[in-house]
Structures are given as structure tokens and as C-alpha cells.
Write a protein that binds this ligand. Structure first.
Ligand code: FRU
Length: 574
């Protein structure tokens, strides 16, 4: 990774992102006091008006220029090959994830000229398989009057409840409707707006009656609406974040919203930080036949484990169309990911019932350092899309249910060369397995017999002096990733470190592990995906080395060990 432009300026902003919080003593509720959100303070100090002027200068023609599908991106030395990245510019949260007429839409927070140079837009790409992406023109533009286009969601309005859908050739009346936050603008506030598209998301119209939902003027943080259709009450539900509360609204037409309830942080934990980017959905419990539970996911802007930073958490319980009732134990924080780089996850809306999967993707980054690390002319990557379910884990861990995140099955098609496929592999102190000249992206899939002591480590070298490792500690029963010697470690003191799962994990023996290594990241799915570690690493292209070592353990047995090189998502022929 390389330092992006204006490091000094970036450093100042990052100090502000991490340290200028005014959120210490605020109370958040629909009609509570204002909260301070550092991202916004930093941005308005940085002259939102001129950002918007600049954005207004972008001609629609430029934006609608025909953007070719980029097969040559696999030739860019530092470009991740499995994880989605914007062609150029800055990207953060995934937005507006929706499946419609054979396409998965991925919108995202997007500053086309870079974080400091443009206001926020919605960038756009589509895919038919969630693996290969086609860039489309920018979908939503900021403007001086309404402000930046911040995060939000999209749904298919199947029965034209909004009255905004045109009749198609078959007499159907459905269209895409996006609900998102306008932030700043002439009133400097955050409010929810609506945009719609009648041509499969290719062009978007701002609804003339925007904003559709405003808060009490005392409320500063009021953003990131996630909208879904609730069958039980035959209503649209909007969930959004407001400081340390989440707010539920309902509507019949996606335009008129009635407040229903709030869900507050305080009974669970008293953070000095705010929530962002909520999502809510039902998931099947895979070891309790037929049972489904509601999951409420939300992201903490700062204050995550490992000394702060942004992090996702979740609650399991019930939603009745009005309010969410958490069954998660109050003393326990259920973190989504034990790495540092999985934020603002959002799930796809409207995946057909025949498929039935709940799939989500996250911004693979952390506000602690995101602005300071970057590659060439683009910044930001998404996680791998994963399929979600719940597993009942038993109360001994303090967590009744855990989210299980499996990389979507489609990734199996990406395997090209099988570098290793062996059974009953013994690794002893002095008999490391070394796989030289392996090219990212690659995948390791293995089972590991439990041992009494010692460690089993996967060391990832990139050919230069940059390396990282994932280790299984058999004594502590935990898994960790160390990225101290990663090249990006110099850029921000929050980047290096060892990031581990809690100790005392009661994994099933043999431990099932899958690790995906891309050119700038590692994603490990541990104990059949019950624990996940997502970490950015130093960028590495070209051949690198994988070393599997056992230390102190007498020997470690791997009932199975497979290593596959994977195809680039940017290099398919059709
Ligand atoms: C989360 C977030 C959202 C906001 C967006 C702005 O990463 O801060 O709350 O809508 O980013 O880009």
C-alpha cells in the first residue's frame, strides 16, 4: 500500500476522526439532544459547499460516459483480485444492495476524485453472479441545496406503492426505490430522501418531495436508512441510526413515515460513541430445524475492540413490525468480526425466494486509518460477499446464537490450480510445509485436529520484507492474525498489531478453517465460519510464499489440507 495524497492533511483529519469526538455526554433519542459525528465535523470544516460546487460541475455526460467492463484490471499490480474495488476514487460503505431482474446491484459511498476532493455520491456496479462486476455510471449526485448523498438502501417497489413506477411492456408496475441520507446542504442537517429508477437502475430521479423524513432540529446524527417490506404488518419499515439509538419507522408508500420505536445502546453497553449503518433481517438457525430469529446488526463508529476503531456488532431477538426485542445477553458484546476491517455491512434486498439466501458485503476498512492507506488512484475495497445463518452455540460462551458467515458458494467456481490436496498431513516442529511461488488470490481449506499445546501458523510472505500470519493457539483456544510487519503498518499506529478472537473458543474438533488471501487482505472463516477475521494486509502482487508451521506442538494433524489458486474477478471472457 502506498501513502495517498496530502498525508499531513489526512493525518489531521484522522486525528479528528479518532479524537475530536464531542459525543461524550450525549443522549440520543428521536427527540433527544444533538450528537456529534466526527466524520461530518471533519467534512464541514473541509468546506462542503465547495465540494458540492465541484460535484455540480461534473457533467451528466461525463458521468454517463460508457464505462467498459475492465478485464485488464487483473494486470494492475496492486489491485485486489477477489474483492470489489472502485475503478478510481474513494469508496466506503456498501449502499442500496438490491437484486432486480437478474442483477445484483452494488451502490456505494463514492468520492470520485478522492476523499478530500469530492462530496459523497453513490457509485454503482452490477453483477449477475456476485463475483464479476460491471461498473456503471454514478447513480446519485450531491447538490448544494440538499448536501452529500450518504449511506442508505434500496428496495424493489413491486406493486408501485410509491406511485413512481411506470408500466412496463408486460403491464407490470415495479421500480427501484432508494432511501438514503442527504447530509449538509443549505440547512446543514441530515434528512432522509428518496430516489427512484424505472430503467433497472441505469438512471435515477430524485423525488420532487425530498426530504421524506426529517428529525427534530436538535438531532444531528440521523442517517443510514435500511428499508425492507415487513409481511406481518404489510408495511415498509425503515431502520436508521441516530447517535446511540436506532429508530424504527413504518410507511405504506415509502414516502410518508411514522415513528414506531427506538432501540437504545445504553442497556447493553455505555459507549461514548455512536452507531451507524444498521440492518435487520431474519435468519434460519442451522442447528434448530425450521427456527428463524431476527438479527439486528449495527456498526460502532469508534470504540471497537483492539483499542477503538470502527466495528460491527449484532443482537439476536424478535421484530414484530414495531419494535425489536433483543434476546442477546446484556453483558455480552457480540462482535461480528475479530479483525479490524469489516464495517458497515449491508445485506441484499429482494433476493428471490427460490434462492432464499441472505447475503451481505461490508466495507473492508476501518475509519481509524482508512484515509491514510490507499493504492494508486483508488481507495477502498469491499469484503467477500457471504451467506448468513445463525447457529445456536449454548449459553456457556455467553452467546446463545452466533451469526455464521460463509463465503458464498459461487467462490468455489473461482478455483483454478489445485496447489495441494492431501489427507492426514502431519506437521511437526521441524517439518514445515512451504509452498513457494503461489499467486494471490488463493484459498486454503483445511481441518485441524485439536492439540494440547503449541501453535499452528500460516505465514504469508509477499516476496519482499512484508509478511503476516494467522495462528491457532491450542492452549488458549483462540485464533489471531498478526500484521506488524505489513508495509501499511508505518502509515498509522492503529494499523499494525495482533488481532485475535476471544480465548477459550469451544470449536468443533477437527477445526474447520478457510482462508482467502487476496493482494491486500486476508479473510479467515474459522470453526465452520462461526468466527471470522477480516484484515487488510500489505499489498502483494505476483508470486509469494505460504509457510505452514507448528511450534511447540509435538505434532499437528490436518485430516485434510487443500490450497487453491483462484481466478481474478476482473478476468473473465464474456
Ligand atoms: C459509515 C458512515 C455513514 C455515513 C457514511 C458517509 O461509514 O459514516 O454513517 O452515511 O459513512 O460516507
Amino acid at each position: 500500500m502506498r501513502i495517498s495524497l496530502g498525508l499531513c492533511l489526512l493525518f489531521l483529519l484522522s486525528l479528528c476522526l479518532n479524537g475530536c469526538s464531542g459525543a461524550e455526554d450525549e443522549e440520543k433519542s428521536p427527540d433527544g439532544d444533538a450528537a456529534e459525528q466526527d466524520f461530518d465535523s471533519a467534512e464541514s470544516d473541509g468546506d462542503t459547499d465547495s465540494d458540492c460546487d465541484e460535484a455540480a460541475d461534473e457533467t451528466e455526460n461525463e458521468a454517463e460516459a460508457d464505462i467498459e467492463y475492465h478485464q485488464d484490471m487483473n494486470l494492475e499490480a496492486e489491485r485486489p483480485q477477489l474483492h470489489y474495488t472502485p475503478e478510481s476514487g474513494w469508496m466506503n460503505d456498501p449502499n442500496g444492495l438490491v437484486y432486480y431482474k437478474g442483477e445484483y446491484h452494488l451502490f456505494h459511498q463514492y468520492a470520485p476524485e478522492g476523499f478530500f476532493k469530492s462530496a459523497m455520491h453513490w457509485g454503482h456496479a452490477v453483477s449477475t453472479d456476485l463475483l464479476h462486476w460491471e461498473y456503471l455510471p454514478i447513480a446519485l449526485f450531491p447538490d448544494d441545496e440538499m448536501g452529500n448523498v450518504y449511506s442508505g438502501s434500496a428496495v424493489v417497489d413491486w406493486n408501485n406503492s410509491s406511485g413512481l413506477c411506470e408500466t412496463d411492456a408486460n403491464g407490470g408496475q415495479s421500480c427501484l426505490v432508494a432511501l438514503f441520507t442527504h447530509s449538509g446542504g443549505s440547512d446543514g442537517r441530515q434528512k432522509q430522501s428518496l430516489a427512484y429508477s424505472n430503467d433497472r437502475g441505469r438512471t435515477w430521479n430524485m423525488y420532487a418531495g425530498n426530504p421524506v423524513l426529517e428529525a427534530n432540529p436538535a438531532i444531528k446524527d440521523f442517517r443510514d436508512p435500511k428499508v425492507f417490506y415487513h409481511d406481518g404488518t404489510s408495511s415498509w419499515i425503515m431502520l436508521l441510526s441516530s447517535g446511540r439509538s436506532l429508530l424504527f419507522y413504518s410507511s405504506q408508500n415509502l414516502m410518508d413515515w411514522q415513528y414506531k420505536s427506538d432501540f437504545r445502546m445504553e442497556p447493553f453497553v455505555n459507549f461514548n460513541h455512536i452507531w451507524e449503518c444498521p440492518d435487520i433481517f431474519q435468519l434460519p438457525v442451522e442447528n434448530e430445524n425450521g427456527l428463524k430469529k431476527w438479527v439486528l446488526k449495527v456498526d460502532v463508529f469508534d470504540g471497537g475492540p483492539y483499542g477503538g476503531g470502527s466495528h460491527g456488532q449484532y443482537f439476536v431477538g424478535d421484530f414484530d413490525g414495531n419494535s425489536f426485542n433483543s434476546e442477546s445477553l446484556r453483558s455480552v458484546f457480540q462482535w461480528l468480526n475479530y479483525g479490524r476491517d469489516f464495517y458497515a455491512a449491508q445485506s441484499w434486498s429482494d433476493i428471490p425466494a427460490e434462492d432464499g439466501r441472505r447475503i451481505w458485503i461490508a466495507w473492508m476498512n476501518n475509519w481509524s486509518y482508512a484515509i491514510q492507506i490507499g493504492v494508486e488512484n483508488w481507495q477502498g475495497s469491499m469484503s467477500l460477499p457471504r451467506e448468513l445463518s445463525l447457529r445456536r452455540t449454548g449459553a456457556e460462551s455467553g452467546e446463545e446464537y452466533r451469526i455464521i458467515e460463509r463465503p458464498i458458494a459461487e467462490f468455489e467456481q473461482m478455483r483454478t490450480a489445485t496447489i495441494k490436496d492431501e489427507s492426514d498431513v502431519e506437521i511437526k516442529n521441524d517439518s514445515d510445509i512451504s509452498i513457494k511461488s503461489i499467486n494471490a488470490p488463493y484459498e486454503i481449506e483445511c481441518e485441524i485436529e485439536d492439540a494440547d499445546h503449541g501453535e499452528l501458523c500460516f505465514e504469508i510472505f509477499n516476496g519482499s520484507d512484508s509478511s503476516a500470519s494467522l495462528c491457532i493457539d491450542f492452549e488458549k483456544n483462540s485464533v489471531s492474525v498478526e500484521r506488524n510487519s505489513s508495509a501499511a503498518a508505518e502509515l498509522n499506529p492503529g494499523f499494525p498489531g495482533v488481532h485475535a478472537t476471544p480465548e477459550g473458543l469451544q470449536w468443533k474438533n477437527p477445526l474447520k478453517l478457510r482462508i482467502f488471501i487476496d493482494r491486500n487482505s486476508l479473510e479467515a472463516f474459522i470453526d465452520d465460519s462461526q468466527y471470522v477475521i477480516t484484515e487488510l494486509l500489505a499489498t502483494h502482487s505476483g508470486a509469494s510464499e505460504l509457510l505452514i508451521t507448528a511450534s511447540e506442538a509435538d505434532n499437528v494433524t490436518l485430516p485434510s489440507l487443500a490450497v487453491y489458486e483462484l481466478r481474478s474477478i476482473w478476468a473473465h471472457a464474456d
